[in-house]
Design a protein around this ligand. Structure first.
Ligand code: PLP
Length: 399
């Protein structure tokens, strides 16, 4: 992975602008040269590519490879670690993809950097957000550039705030007033974003954000219906296949669905036999319900304490991808997720927030079907308030 260009590694057909692959056939990983089949790489049928999203096509595999190249100078490749004790207990090879180690503490930043950098241009970004902090030009970052506006429960907002800081762009974020992670709000503000709290839940904050965007002519960044965000987070899948080409199962938590859908597109292209499984909390099962019933109707309840998984309204682009490509979708309880946070601390020495530990909770639930397999659980984030983390660690539990 480190040694070569991503578009060489994940060869994407004759349309690629990448330099020719100079490696001998023997040197090439097995997935290079895979044909890009019936469409340019999303895995979606042509009908659902156009569907009712005429102005915004779902991202393709090629877009994800391009995103991988684009974000590489700005973000680290995250480790994929086999966790011996969990592997032993689950009877499989269990790997965690450590997105909690991203500079914002969550995977979303891959999408933010890809979207903001591509839209705003990279000429003014040095590549390191610390430099942007120290750059006096940054003081003027609110003038002369498009204003980006978005709604978030935290990690998506941090991602856009981080990318806004990196590429000198003004960012406004709407967050809900309830079930809000104070540490995430503080982090968004520390990155220079203007945070406005509105409404009791994410969808109320989102509606207000959309209204303001229309009224002010700001560039509204949807948290899911954005091909560049999905392509950015899909790069998790590229890194996973690069490190573990014989992966059997990838488990992704779902909120808006970008993580699961990006990984579905990659798996479908590189090895359609790999099963991609999504997980949500039973207490907020909107995406699960949407996937099971092929509906975008809002779900009436959303009570999970794990805000990264809290969705009431399923979004069109990610759902259409998941309806075609996702293999399974499981629900776990909030308490099972808390148990998984404890297990990741104990056995992997990693701090995960609830959404980040949900993949492990799902693996525990599905353990019979995972026996003997190589399983990757995406530990999507580690932004848990320390008081909550400390309380969880001291609670008595079977995990
Ligand atoms: C840590 C974490 N994991 C998972 C998710 C869900 O991701 P997605 O919205 O891509 O489904 C989120 C969403 O904010 C998150 O913050």
């Amino acid at each position: 992975m480190e040694c070569c260009h991503l578009s060489q590694l994940f060869k994407i057909g004759s349309q690629s602008n990448a330099p020719a692959d100079r490696r001998t056939p023997k040197e090439r990983p097995f997935w290079t040269g895979l044909p890009v089949s019936h469409n340019p790489g999303s895995g979606l049928s042509p009908a659902s590519q156009t569907g009712s999203l005429p102005a915004m096509l779902a991202p393709t595999f090629k877009d994800i490879v391009a995103a991988g190249e684009f974000i590489a100078p700005y973000l680290p490749k995250t480790p994929l670690v086999r966790i011996a004790k969990l592997s032993e207990e689950l009877g499989c090879d269990y790997y965690a993809k450590l997105e909690n180690l991203q500079p914002t503490g969550a995977f979303k930043v891959r999408g933010g950097v890809n979207l903001v950098g591509n839209e705003v241009g990279t000429t003014r970004g040095s590549g390191w957000v610390d430099d942007a902090f120290n750059d006096s030009e940054q003081l003027n970052h609110t003038t002369g550039q498009a204003t980006l506006i978005t709604a978030s429960t935290g990690n998506h907002g941090q991602s856009i705030a981080y990318a806004g800081r990196l590429f000198y762009t003004r960012v406004i974020i709407y967050a809900p007033t309830e079930n809000v992670n104070e540490a995430k709000v503080r982090a968004m503000r520390d990155l220079g974003a203007e945070v406005r709290l509105h409404g009791p839940d994410f969808d109320e904050a989102r509606l207000e954000c959309e209204r303001v965007a229309r009224a002010e002519g700001f560039r509204y960044v949807h948290s899911a219906n954005e091909p560049k965000l999905i392509a950015g987070v899909g790069t998790i899948g590229l890194e996973t296949f690069a490190d573990l080409p014989d992966v059997d199962v990838i488990i992704a938590p779902a909120g808006g669905g970008s993580c699961a859908s990006g990984n579905c597109i990659v798996a479908h292209q590189l090895n359609p036999n790999v099963r991609v499984i999504a997980v949500q909390s039973e207490a907020a099962p909107a995406m699960w319900h949407a996937w099971r019933n092929r509906t975008l109707d809002p779900y009436p309840t959303m009570k999970t304490e794990h805000e990264g998984l809290a969705t009431r309204v399923p979004f069109e682009m990610t759902n259409k991808i998941l309806w075609e490509l996702l293999d399974d979708f499981v629900l776990v309880t909030d308490e099972e997720i808390n148990g998984a946070i404890r297990l990741l601390t104990r056995h992997a020495k990693q701090v995960a927030e609830g959404a980040g530990a949900a993949s492990l909770a799902a693996a525990i639930k599905l353990r019979e079907g995972l026996r003997g397999k190589k399983v990757v659980g995406i530990a999507t984030g580690g932004n848990i308030p320390l008081e909550r983390f400390a309380k969880l660690m001291t609670e008595k539990s079977e995990y």
